[in-house]
Every structure is written in structure tokens, then in C-alpha cells.
Design a protein around this ligand. Structure first.
Ligand SMILES: C=C1C[C@]23C[C@@]1(O)CC[C@H]2[C@@]12CC[C@H](O)[C@@](C)(C(=O)O1)[C@H]2[C@@H]3C(=O)O
Ligand SMILES: O=C(O)CCC(=O)C(=O)O
Ligand SMILES: [Fe+2]
Length: 315
């Protein structure tokens, strides 16, 4: 997971030994304007599966415009927002995340990254100004996708994989199954349940796609887990990590986040890249992104989704 950030903003906590702490200095910060960030990017993906990027080139006006459109959307009366739901998985959802019983203190809008598709499916439902909204989504997603491709190409260089577009071409493919999510976490009067446990905005999980780029307004809540990290990147045969993360509630401020999830085409075979195997056996059975997604949608948020595809199941 990549967090789009400005140097001064810090609102991520790491969860170590079950105790959340704000360890800003430990989270890798990658300055994309500096020469040669590839070794640091590879190290961040191996150690954390999570880093912040600064000087990322995503225009500030695209970020602020979309944030303001998102706030307008989430401020609509429920009956207006619900015209865009229930999520199937695309569309507006409230509290229920996914089809298998997960709930959180969150409302969201899940879209594709395909402007025409969003326009056909959602234009008539998105309040007064659907074209302005969809245009803001499109501008932001295009810029973030470009940055995500740049990062993936730097990672391919860092791993000495040729051609360097081996990952980025999957996001650039017209058939790429990428999604875009807006989350709104209203202030929650309670921060803990009767048993003293944190109340959850978005339960603990790993994202299944190739890369996630997250931007949020300046409200705390996102936590990443360092213990218990799951090593799940198939294409790197387990070398890169998909970070476990969650969002806890905030009693004072509302949190708005926007996440681009860059995925491959549904028909893409997911297998370790031969150049990374060095005589090793693949840890995973072969599968397509379609098969993986179908199985993911039968799982709960916290489940280990890749377990089913491991050659030797984890004990
Ligand atoms: C509980 C679920 C929601 C989710 C699909 C799933 O069955 C398991 C993976 C979940 C997740 C997490 C990252 C993204 O937010 C998401 C869109 C994705 O691709 O996988 C969500 C799914 C969702 O909310 O539809
Ligand atoms: O809202 C956030 O900060 C993270 C949400 C998230 O992890 C997701 O939508 O997959
Ligand atoms: Fe996530």
C-alpha cells in the first residue's frame, strides 16, 4: 500500500505487539523527486508492504477537487446516496463491507476506473452534478495510475526484472480490473466497545490487488500491522508483502479516504515471475485474477485469501 502524502502530514499508526503507536520515523517515506529511489522502494515493499510517497506529481488541485466532491456526495441525504447502492460490489454501501457479514463505521462508494462504465452506470444517480463528480474521479485516477505505474517500473528495475513494464502494463491494459473507492468515516461518539476494544471503521485485512494508493484528509484512523505481516505477493514468490491494515474510529473528526486499487485484467494468469525464482519452486498453484477474485468474494475481510492457492497450506 502506498500513501500519498505531504512531508508534514502524519496520521498512520503502526500496531506492534497489539499496541498502536504513532512511529512516524519508522514508516518509509519515498521522495519520488530524488534520483534513484528504487533500492529504498524494494526495501519498503520487502519489510513493510507500505510506504508514503512525497513529491509524487499528483496535482494538488486534483486531490482537493475530488476531496470536495466526495464530501458533497457523502453529505447528500441517505435516500439519494442509496440510489447508487447496494454495492454489487460496485456502488454505494453503508456499514456492510463485502457480502459476508463484515461491518464497520463507514460509508463508501466503489467505482471502476473506467470513465465510460461509471458514466453509464452511475451518472443518473450521483446527485446534482454527476459529470463534475465523475470528471474529478477521472482526473485524479489518471494521475494516480500514472504515478502507480512509475512506482511499479522502479520496483521492476530494483528487482532487475526486464521488461520494466512487467507490472505496470497490467494497470495500463484496457481490460485492467482496477477499482476506485471513496470511504467516509463519520465521527463516532464511542471509540471503544464494552470490552475496551477499539471500534472499527474498516476491519483488518490485506488488499488483494497489485498496488493500492491511498490518500486521506488529515484525520487519524489508519493502522498498519507489523507483527503478523502476511507475505502474499505471488508474482514475487512471496518476496513482497501485502500489509495488514485497518481503520479505527475517530470521535471528533470525519475521515475521508480515496484509494486506487490497481489490478490486472480478469484473464491474467497470476504466477511468480521466472526471473525471481532462481531455481526455487513456486509457492502457489496457478490461477487467474478472475479465480482469485471469485474466491476473495467468498471470504471475510480478515481471512487469509491466498491460503487456498498455496501448494503447501499454512498450518
Ligand atoms: C469482505 C470483502 C470486501 C472486499 C471483498 C471481500 O469479500 C474481501 C476483500 C475486500 C476488499 C479489501 C480491499 C478493497 O477495499 C476491496 C474493494 C477489494 O478489492 O477487496 C474490498 C472488497 C469490497 O469491499 O468489495
Ligand atoms: O480508509 C482507509 O484509510 C483504508 C481503507 C481500506 O483499507 C480499503 O478500502 O481497502
Ligand atoms: Fe485496504
Amino acid at each position: 500500500m502506498v500513501v500519498l502524502s505531504q512531508p508534514a502530514i502524519e496520521h498512520v499508526s503502526l500496531v506492534k505487539n497489539c499496541k498502536p503507536t504513532t512511529f512516524s520515523s519508522e514508516i518509509p517515506v519515498i521522495d519520488l523527486s530524488k534520483p534513484d529511489p528504487k533500492a529504498r522502494l524494494v526495501a519498503a515493499c520487502e519489510e513493510f508492504g507500505f510506504f508514503k510517497v512525497i513529491n509524487h506529481g499528483v496535482p494538488t488541485e486534483f486531490i482537493t477537487e475530488l476531496e470536495s466532491e466526495a464530501i458533497k456526495f457523502f453529505s447528500l441525504p441517505s435516500f439519494e446516496k442509496e440510489k447508487t447502492g447496494p454495492p454489487d460490489p460496485l456502488g454505494y454501501g453503508n456499514k456492510r463491507i463485502g457480502p459476508n457479514g463484515d461491518v464497520g463505521w463507514v460509508e463508501f462508494l466503489l467505482l471502476t476506473t473506467n470513465r465510460e462504465f461509471n458514466s453509464q452506470r452511475f451518472s443518473s444517480m450521483l446527485g446534482n452534478n454527476p459529470e463534475v463528480f465523475l470528471c474529478a474521479v477521472n482526473d485524479y485516477v489518471s494521475a494516480v495510475k500514472k504515478m502507480a505505474c512509475e512506482i511499479l517500473e522502479l520496483l521492476a528495475d530494483g528487482l532487475k526484472i526486464k521488461p520494466r513494464d512487467v507490472f505496470s502494463k497490467l494497470l495500463m491494459d484496457k481490460q485492467s480490473d482496477s477499482v476506485f473507492r471513496l470511504n467516509h468515516y463519520p465521527p463516532c461518539p464511542k471509540l471503544q466497545d464494552m470490552n475496551g476494544r477499539d471500534l472499527i471503521g474498516f476491519g483488518e485485512h490485506t488488499d488483494p490487488q497489485i498496488i493500492s494508493v491511498m490518500r486521506s484528509n488529515n484525520t487519524s484512523g489508519l493502522q498498519i500491522s507489523l507483527r503478523d505481516g502476511e507475505w502474499i505477493s505471488v508474482m514475487t514468490n512471496g518476496r513482497f508483502k501485502s500489509v495488514r491494515h485497518r481503520v479505527v474510529t475517530n470521535s471528533m473528526k470525519s475521515r475521508v479516504s480515496m484509494i486506487y486499487f490497481g489490478g490486472p485484467p480478469l484473464s491474467e494468469k497470476i504466477a511468480p515471475l521466472p526471473s525471481l525464482m532462481e531455481g526455487e519452486e513456486s509457492l502457489y498453484k496457478e490461477f487467474t485474477w478472475f479465480e482469485y477474485k471469485k474466491s476473495a468474494y467468498k471470504s471475510r475481510l480478515a481471512d487469509n485469501r491466498l491460503g487456498l492457492f498455496e501448494k503447501i497450506p499454512a498450518s
